[in-house]
Structure formats: C-alpha cells, structure tokens
Design a protein around this ligand. Structure first.
Ligand SMILES: *Cc1c(COP(=O)(O)O)cnc(C)c1O
Length: 225
C-alpha cells in the first residue's frame, strides 16, 4: 500500500496536468480501498463484475466505480444501477445494451470506446475500421441512444520495455481521439476523456495527451495471480 505522503505527491503531480487518477483495486480487499478513500481518493477501477458489485455494497455511496475490464453484454445489468464510467466498450452491441440498461435504471451511463493500439494479440479493443463502424452506427441511431453518453476513448499500450514503442502507441491513441472528436463530437464538449496509462507507463501516456490514468500496483502493491 502506498504511503500517504507518496499518494499526496502523486495527486499533486497529476493535478498539474489536470489528470484524473483511477485507483485500480481489482483483486484487492475493500479494506485497502477504504484506506485510500480516507486519503481522499474517490475514483476506483474494477475489472470483474461480481467483485465490483460486492465491493459497491460494502463501501460508501460517494465512490465513483469505473469498470475497466472486458464487459460481457449479459452482465451490464448488474453494474448499470451504479457504475460511474464504463471504459471498455468494444462493440455496438455492448453500447446498445448499456443504453437499454440505462433506460431501465433511468440514468444516463457514461462510456469510453476501447481502442486497440498495442502490438499484442491479447489486448481487446476496436481497430481503426471497427471504431469508425461503431461511430457510424451510433450516429445513425443517435435518437434512440438516449441513455448512454460516449465521453471519450480508452487504450492500453503494449507490455514492453521499449519506451519508443509505448510512446508511439500513446501518440497514435491521441491522434485517434482527436480525429473522433473532430469527426463525430465537434459540437459536444462532453467528449473529453482519454483514459490511458498504468503504473508503468502513465507518465508517457500523460505526455501524449491522456487525462485519465488507471493505476493499480503502484498504489496497492503487486497483485498475486
Ligand atoms: C489492471 C489494470 C490496470 C492497472 O494496472 P497496474 O499495472 O497495476 O497499474 C489498468 N488498466 C486496466 C485495463 C487493467 O486491467
């Protein structure tokens, strides 16, 4: 667990670039979340639906729960009543399901589209064509998409020791963010979130234009598999 003083320094550093910190608490107990909450942290990220639902029931109501994992359409209903931001939208089908659950719960649910930038086969997300396709669907059906709000993009760089590769991937993500904003959200100031950067690469992500970082192990220590 990060020391309070180190946490404050990190927050101060992030504030200088108006970057929001999502504390990634997956696989960590609610007690750890509570300790960071007591230092003032409010935004927490989880990867697994059941785990997030359980922790939500154990912790204060004013936490912002970010779903950052791979989300299956049939599980949206469990998090729809309380989720603050869904980072990993990677299909129109999933976006339409979030809209449906938003209607059911009478709330507008904020989402990010997950973009694929890494050189790895294993990472989820939309490639350039899939992103465009999703945005075209969305634009065409906008009048029915009343309870979902696309707030920006999310991406992950390759797990690599090569800083040039990571930098170029984050740059690519930022370019795609700007392109999406100009092409589809030019009249919509609410399209303003670029979620990129984790414990090992958040500084490079911020340099490349990220304004939301998702940091786990640096705050909570390593996760046991
Ligand atoms: C686990 C996870 C993180 C945090 O990773 P750390 O390396 O522990 O900072 C960030 N984003 C996503 C999508 C994750 O799954």
């Amino acid at each position: 667990m990060i020391a309070p003083e180190a946490y404050r320094q990190l927050i101060e550093q992030l504030n200088q670039t108006q970057t929001t910190l999502i504390a990634v608490s997956k696989l960590k107990p609610s007690g750890d979340i509570r300790r960071l909450y007591d230092l003032g942290q409010r935004d927490f990220g989880e990867n697994y639906v059941q785990e997030m639902v359980e922790k939500h029931s154990q912790l204060p109501e004013d936490l912002n729960w970010h779903f950052i994992g791979h989300l299956q359409s049939n599980k949206v209903k469990y998090i729809a009543p309380f989720v603050h931001l869904i980072h990993g939208i990677d299909s129109f089908k999933l976006l339409a399901e979030v809209n449906k659950q938003g209607i059911k719960n009478n709330r507008i649910i904020d989402c990010l589209l997950q973009v694929y930038i890494a050189q790895e086969e294993t990472k989820f997300g939309l490639d350039e064509n899939e992103l465009m396709e999703l945005l075209e669907y969305y634009s065409a059906q906008k009048t029915t998409m009343t309870h979902v709000r696309i707030r920006g993009l999310m991406g992950m760089a390759s797990f690599s020791e090569n800083p040039d590769l990571i930098r170029s991937e984050f740059k690519q993500l930022h370019t795609r963010f700007e392109w999406t904003r100009r092409s589809y959200f030019i009249d919509n100031p609410g399209f303003d979130i670029l979620s990129a950067g984790m414990s090992n690469d958040y500084q490079q992500a911020i340099e490349a234009g990220s304004n939301m970082v998702r940091i786990g192990s640096l705050l909570f220590g390593n996760r046991n598999q």
